[in-house]
Design a protein around this ligand. Sequence first.
Ligand SMILES: [Zn+2]
Length: 489
Amino acid sequence: MKKFLILSVVLVGLVTLLLVRGHTQFPDRQLHGVEPLPQTPVDAEAMAQRLAGAIRIPTIAHDDRSNFDEAAFLDFHRYLEQHYPLIHAAATREVINGYSLVYRIDGHNAELKPALFMGHIDVVPVDPATIDEWIHGPFSGAIDQGIVWGRGAVDDKLTVMALMEAMELMLAAGEKPQRTVYFSFGHDEEVGGKDGAGHVAEHFKAQGISFEFVLDEGGAVTQGLVAGVEAPVAMIGIAEKGYMNLHLTVNASGGHSSQPPPHTAAGILAAAIVKVEDNPFPADLSALEPNFYYMGHYFPYSTRVALANTWLLSPLVEQVLLASRTAAPSIRTTTAVTMLEGSSKSNILPTRATAVVNFRILPGDSVAGVKQHIVDAIDDERVEVTVHMANEPSPVSSTESFGYKLLERTIRGSDGEVLVTPYLVQGGTDAKHFVDLSDSVYRFMMFRVNPMTAKRVHGVNEQVSVDHYVEAVRFYHALLSNLGDSPAS
Ligand SMILES: [Zn+2]
């Protein structure tokens, strides 16, 4: 009886502790008392027309670079020149590697480190099979009932054009930024960014230029994407995952399929693939910690209890997150077997069988570490494992920096209902080329997205409302107007 009593007291105590921590561990860490942004008067209709005109220029990125449409990119350069005369009078403009653009607008204070704003000119192609599903043609640049339509309306001509509008507004008012500002608009982000942003980064390095902060596309203002949170959430990417393709190769002597060995090259490869899939990378909640820190207060109570007590409940939390295809990539290096090749004929034994496995590497893991994990998992010397295309995960930028605080304050000033959180970008952006040029690299664009509209980016009926476009211009205008030396908080 006494033992039972003691056990009950301990249990009640433990449960109480868990529940109390759910209440106390997550104070409200959103920034409050931010002045709303000034509603700078703008000609929304003219701005929308200029965005629509930019969409009509088909600056398409093709995997096969021989399809590259040089004329479209040069047209786009001229288009900017024509529509933003003040920038072109005030800025130094350089064309990098033929098609990428770099603008430098000198600020008041040359002592301050410059800020870099990035975007990309290229857009993904339109799948011919879906062309009939577009309500307005993908390169029509139609404006219909307050909506601008077409490929690039979001990704990423929205960024490029909104930045140009914002700077032109500033110059028209006779102002200039407090620190020097660079714009970098790459021309091949959608096919890896090597020729565009990659060259721009080299160009900056060669001149010894580094940045107070870098802002590229990536996160957005999401609605309904964070489980249990109804308010819109602005997600600022503070890191991005690494990327790697491993090729698994098995060589064999081949021959006729009527006299096969017990295991062909294809069979040995298949066994290796099973082992790869059966040995996923371990989950690591630490990549989500900054997100819990800023958002925890707004999570449902049950979620808070779990997250406040990961010292006890982390296996449970991990299990829940790993069960979700959208959440799992935030807490582990992902493994995806994508391409397979064996014999070219049904009655010939393969002399060589290959598989390609694509990994998205979590910060904290590395290219070498992931390869070793796979070699150990396969544990078969007949399977050769080689690295093809790899880049390490990015460093994680601080949420205490000038750049982050400026973004946080400007977003809250843009709309006080929007919650702001840092997060890990699951895909890749051009920003990865710039991690040596600044320790504050952020990925965010002022764009509103929900689970349904997210599919339009790279999909069918890409569009932005004129209201949201104006919101983006005002957002960049506010950023450019607050680049002084005192942290913005
Ligand atoms: Zn993009």
